[in-house]
Design a binder for this molecule. Structure first.
Ligand code: SAH
Ligand code: SF4
Ligand code: F3S
Length: 459
């Protein structure tokens, strides 16, 4: 067997693509290895979203060049492949800056990896083809699915037509595309047959999903999830990432009506100021976002919400930033990601003059992160004393501990000898640490109290 080392940066789409590339290569006689040392093929699956992410790739490539030279001295030829969004955005530049790279392959072209690897010389394939790659991808081997655990990502939608002024995704991933529902369902069935219980349907704009249904009609995400929920063995469903503009009533209703749909929603708002939201081309205001959250909370009062934020978008004043803080404090997100604005070549915002000074940007990020952390801790501490269902996913940090996830996507550690990975157990949360919750298996009296609380909530 030849050895391939795959390292993915960036978002869940890249995690998914990395696994699909591993599946393709497993049919070419490659087995995966956890370290680059000794690998015949090293594949960097890259992210272009912020400048830092791109710099990381070039730093990593420098190290890999040294490894390639070292391995060559020992008689081993190492091929270096750059895939993902940096490959798409700057294929030729990569070839110029790092001659050790053998192949550059974009996110919509990697199904051609076998033929590309067979070519000699240095190759670039960054086509954004009309026909989709998904139809060409081989099924993972059941052993590979088992090795990846009981939670899995399934890409259902790719690309983006929103063109937020700061973002490279519409250029690196191309136009919005939805996989046919039947194809998604086959993939979910295959995963479930190999033991996957927990699926997250992913896409850059997943709630814009509009795939062809088996009945010939166009299916939205809510309809697709209903069918995913019917796949035997699937006990938990999530989806990410969503855009506020595509949060339809049927999808909101699914949060009330579909028991397998977990009470967690990542719905990035980016900023709180209407002026900045307009400049970002987000297509929604702060109040529209607030009203949307109200509606979602009516459908599912206990839902955990999360968001992405950008501080220091060009032209952002202190007052604009205060609007972001205000929105964060009003909504009380369970968790959030926050970033300093990074000008990206080719995006409209990169040409704006009023760039925010680095010091102000830094200060705003710290303040925002302090508020985000405050609300995260509050959300986690409010869980103490509650009984929740935990899906056990792996062994915990210490002997006798198992780790799993709450419905709200919190990491939970429980002391247990008896339960097995893959079990769903009722757990009383006893303590909230800084990154995990800790609990014990619920007894009959805990379950009775939970039933009562649920009835009170429904009344
Ligand atoms: N499709 C998703 C995620 C896009 S990228 C969405 O629409 O929400 C993930 C996050 O990176 C974005 O939500 C945004 O907060 C951040 N991001 C994107 N471009 C950025 C840039 N140029 N500078 C800083 N953060 C950026
Ligand atoms: Fe980027 Fe905006 Fe599309 Fe999200 S919605 S991927 S932030 S352009
Ligand atoms: Fe990065 Fe591409 Fe995802 S730019 S965030 S890997 S879509």
């Amino acid at each position: 067997m030849k050895k391939v080392h795959i390292k993915s940066f960036g978002c869940q789409m890249n995690v998914y693509d990395g696994q699909r590339m591993a599946d393709i290569l497993s049919h070419q006689g490659y087995e995966e290895t956890a370290t680059p040392e000794g690998a015949d093929l090293i594949l960097l699956n890259t992210c272009h979203i912020r400048d830092r992410a791109v710099q990381k790739v070039y730093t990593e490539l420098g190290k890999l060049r040294d490894l390639k030279i070292e391995q060559k001295a020992n008689g081993q030829y190492t091929k270096i492949v750059v895939a993902g969004c940096v490959a798409q955005a700057e294929g030729a530049e990569i070839q110029r800056r790092q001659p050790a790279v053998d192949l550059v392959v974009g996110p919509q072209a990697y199904h051609r990896l076998p033929e590309l690897l067979a070519q000699t010389g240095r190759v670039v394939d960054t086509d954004l083809p009309i026909d989709d790659k998904f139809g060409y991808l081989p099924a993972p081997k059941p052993a590979a699915i088992v090795a990846r655990g009981i939670s899995a990502f399934v890409t259902v939608q790719e690309g983006c037509d929103k063109f937020c002024a700061f973002c490279v995704v519409p250029y690196t991933r191309g136009a919005e595309f939805s996989r046919p529902a039947a194809q998604v369902l086959v993939e979910v069935e295959r995963l479930a047959a190999a033991g996957v219980q927990d699926v997250t349907l992913i896409g850059q704009n997943v709630n814009a999903y509009h795939g062809e249904g088996p009945d010939g009609a166009v299916w939205g995400l809510a309809r697709l999830m209903q069918r995913v929920a019917e796949v035997p063995g699937i006990t938990r469903i999530r989806y990410t990432t969503s855009h506020p503009r595509d949060m339809g009533d049927d999808l909101i209703a699914a949060h009330r009506d579909l028991p397998q749909l977990m009470p967690f929603l990542h719905l990035p708002v980016q900023a709180g100021s209407d002026r900045i939201l307009a400049a970002m081309n987000r297509k929604h205001t702060g109040d529209e976002y607030r009203r949307l959250i109200d509606k979602i909370r009516q459908a599912r009062p206990d839902i955990a919400l999360s968001s992405d934020f950008i501080v220091g978008f060009p032209g952002e004043s202190d007052d604009d930033f205060e609007d972001t803080i205000k929105l964060v404090d009003e909504i009380g997100f369970a968790s959030s990601y926050s970033f300093k604005y990074s000008p990206r070549p080719g995006t409209p915002a990169a040409d704006l003059r009023a760039q925010v000074p680095a010091a102000a940007m830094h200060e705003r990020l710290l303040r925002l992160q302090e508020r985000i952390e405050h609300h995260r801790q509050a959300f986690n501490h409010a869980m103490v004393g509650r009984t929740v269902e935990i899906l056990l996913e792996r062994v915990g940090r210490h002997p006798g501990q198992l780790a799993g996830k709450s419905p709200y996507l919190q990491a939970v550690q429980i002391e247990t000898q008896a339960n097995q990975i893959g079990d769903r157990v009722q757990v009383v949360i006893e303590r909230a640490g800084s990154n995990s919750l800790f609990g014990r298996k619920a007894g009959p009296e805990d379950l009775a109290a939970k039933d009562l609380a649920t009835k009170e909530l429904a009344a």
